[in-house]
Design a protein. Sequence first.
Length: 440
Amino acid sequence: MLQADSDIAIRVKGVTKSFPMFGSRVKRLAHYALPGSVGAAEQFVALDDVSFEVHKGSTFGVMGRNGSGKSTLLQVIAGILRPNAGGVEVKGRVAALLELGSGFNPEFTGLENIRLNAALLGLSKKEIDSKLQAILDFADIGEHVYDPVRTYSSGMMVRLAFAVQVAIDPDILIVDEALAVGDAAFQLKCFRRIELLKSQGTTILFVSHSTEQIRSACDKALVLEAGKIIFQGDVRGATVKYLETIFPEEHAGAFHEVPHEFSSLEKTPILDEKGDIVIADISEFATKTFGLGGASLTHLRISGVDPQGALIGGSKISVAADFQWDQQAALQIVEKDGIDPNITLGITLATAKGIYIFGMNGFDKDLRVDCRTSDRATFKFEFEMPSLVDGEYHLSVAIALGDLARHVQLRWYDAFLPLRSHSTSAVTGLLGIDWRIDLV
């Protein structure tokens, strides 16, 4: 048994999990029926010396491509699988929403499966009876609760499974992508319940392919690749590293390692005599880029900031950006991928955690430059700054080739420019809007 610290809810230490690979059903059967008859089986290593800790009350994200080991990891933590090496310790009652329909008997009705699953999770008959109506209300599948589960759609299945798991008031909730099959309204309902559980101190282990969900819901995250942890730390760094694994060709040779923390302004932009933010040496800021390459940002000017360089809600902001590209490299991409030979610029503003506030690009306005006739351009974006919560934000700039429906990123400067925002009025939520109230 691993020694536990008082604030650690989950500790995974040196976990390795492998599965035998036989190549055919006949060899598999012979291996178990006549041990040693087919020789040693080749081992598929699903997890390779994985170690991390999750603090009580936090939400921890797990990302990785299909086959990277995410589901195996969660099954080991949930106690469904035993590791070949290493150990896992969890503190408290665990609820796990893993493979769709796992734990359900397809021949039983939904109601019978509710009672069965709740009992397996440790609830007494009295507790089940007291929570039954709340489970039915949350699942909201109506009279289908009296039908066999084998007749359920995937959406109905996840509704019932999630409703049962969260009803037991778990100390630890493990969710493995199952929410992706629910409709938008149910997903919102689930995330609100997850936020409620989090506010009550529940520790949440959350697997998702959605970078936005990870950035908005999680405090920290890790990325798995071929059973190994290749990143562990802040959520922005994790999501960018995950994107690197999805688009290896686009990132090859162009991705720069992301700092572990994004919550503080690493370098303060300099104001010129007009009071504009001017970035003449992009390399001082652009430490986090990815893309196919062959293009670069050369100059950036932001007008409309206050004397301290902050963006003020309600003010007119102008962003002028110079960029250039290698025409031969761009043409090779056009010919290889069969995309339009148009090039444009895009910008986004995101919170310090990486949650996008807004974004805009030339494709949206059908403003583009033919990469065959020029090798540089200057785009100017003008907009009215929304009123944002006072704090730190990051500007990203992307150079793309193609059109709105189909394009590739030549270079994405991810969260490269730290900015501050200041609002002259109270803001509830992420941003404020112009509004009025009158007595009538």
